[in-house]
Structure formats: structure tokens, C-alpha cells
Design a binder for this molecule. Structure first.
Ligand code: GDP
Ligand code: MG
Length: 174
């Protein structure tokens, strides 16, 4: 049976400085750039193959600088899947995710929306402030998978996007 290429909207969310732009750039362009303008919000289109299916992703790398609450509501509404990113070197960045998740669930009016929790900067083990077990526990409460990743070393970068794609495809199939 002919399967058209599906298009999914992915929203990358998290506190400022956790590595959202670096993760997105590593995934889309395979490149490490040390520094991005933290105020820039941009979207990227990329086509990938997941379990033999072609998927077109529209990825919004958010910057948390929305001038109007309505803008945030809008991209949360149009998102099909969300990467919730924190830094393992910042306890408060994990705490910030709880509010974002509540907003997503309220705006989508759906407790089962595809989400992946990403503990970025896994290469900074010496500066770890969030235990792996703690983050895993939080993600379990949210019924979402947890990955530790590093945009810097390109660890688990593809994996988090692919996991999210699998969740979005599964929902689409139901
Ligand atoms: P954003 O505000 O969430 O988009 O964060 P950025 O992607 O701009 O990254 C913020 C800072 O963290 C920059 O100085 C990056 O070089 C650094 N950074 C991002 N990802 C990693 C990572 O995986 N490991 C390390 N060590 N630094 C990172
Ligand atoms: Mg950024």
C-alpha cells in the first residue's frame, strides 16, 4: 500500500542554555557550533527514515522569548511531539520542565501526547546536579522515555528524535 510521507511538527522546549539549539543543529546538520544567539527561535525541515518509513519533520527550536503568551499556545497547539530538554548540570532546568509539560497537556487537552525527556550535557558528568535515577523517576511519572544526551559529543541525538517519531507514528496509526 502506498504510504505518503507523513509530516510531523516537533517542538524543542526547555530552559535557556540547556542546549536546544545545539541538539537541533546536530540532528539536522550534523554539526557542533559552540554558540548560538539564545534569543533566536527558528524552525528546520528535515526528512528522515524511521523503521523504513519516510517522515518529514518540521522542528521548532524555541527560545522562550515569545512576546505574547498566544504565540506559545499556538506552537504548543500545532506540535505533534515535544522534546523536553534540561541540562544534567542544572537542577532548576529539570524543575522548569514540569510547568512546560503541564502547559502542553492543557493546551493539547491530551495527557498522552508524544514526549521525550532529554538530559543534555551528559558529557559534563563532573558538574552533574541531576541524578540519572531522579530524572528517570520524573520521566516515568510522566510516562515518557528518558535519554541522557550530549549535543557536544553527538550522543543519543538521533535516538531522541527517532523515539519521538516512533511515538508520533504510533499515534497516527491508531
Ligand atoms: P539553548 O538556549 O537551549 O538553545 O542552548 P544552546 O544550544 O544555545 O547551548 C547553550 C550553551 O550550552 C552553549 O554554550 C553550548 O555550547 C553549550 N552546550 C549545548 N549542548 C551542550 C552539550 O551537550 N555539552 C556541553 N558541554 N555543552 C553544551
Ligand atoms: Mg537556542
Amino acid at each position: 500500500r502506498y504510504q505518503p510521507c507523513r509530516e510531523f511538527h516537533v517542538v524543542v522546549l526547555g530552559a535557556g542554555g540547556v542546549g536546544k539549539s545545539c541538539l537541533t543543529a546536530q540532528f539536522v546538520h550534523n554539526e557542533w557550533i559552540e554558540s548560538y544567539d539564545p534569543t533566536i527561535e527558528d524552525s528546520y525541515r528535515t526528512q528522515i527514515s524511521v523503521d523504513g518509513r519516510q517522515v518529514m519533520l518540521e522542528i521548532l527550536d524555541t527560545a522562550g522569548t515569545e512576546q505574547f503568551v498566544a504565540m506559545k499556545d499556538l506552537y504548543m497547539k500545532t506540535g505533534h511531539g515535544f522534546l523536553l530538554v534540561f541540562s544534567i548540570a542544572s537542577r532548576s532546568s529539570l524543575e522548569e520542565l514540569a510547568t512546560l509539560r503541564e502547559q502542553i497537556i492543557r493546551i493539547k487537552d491530551d495527557p498522552n501526547i508524544p514526549i521525550v525527556v532529554v538530559g543534555n550535557k551528559a558529557d559534563l558528568g563532573d558538574h552533574r546536579q541531576v541524578d540519572r535515577a531522579k530524572a528517570y523517576h520524573v520521566s516515568q511519572e510522566w510516562q515518557a522515555p528518558y535519554y541522557e544526551a550530549s549535543a557536544r559529543t553527538r550522543t543519543n541525538v538521533d535516538e531522541v528524535f527517532v523515539d519521538l517519531c516512533r511515538q508520533m507514528i504510533r499515534r497516527d496509526d491508531i
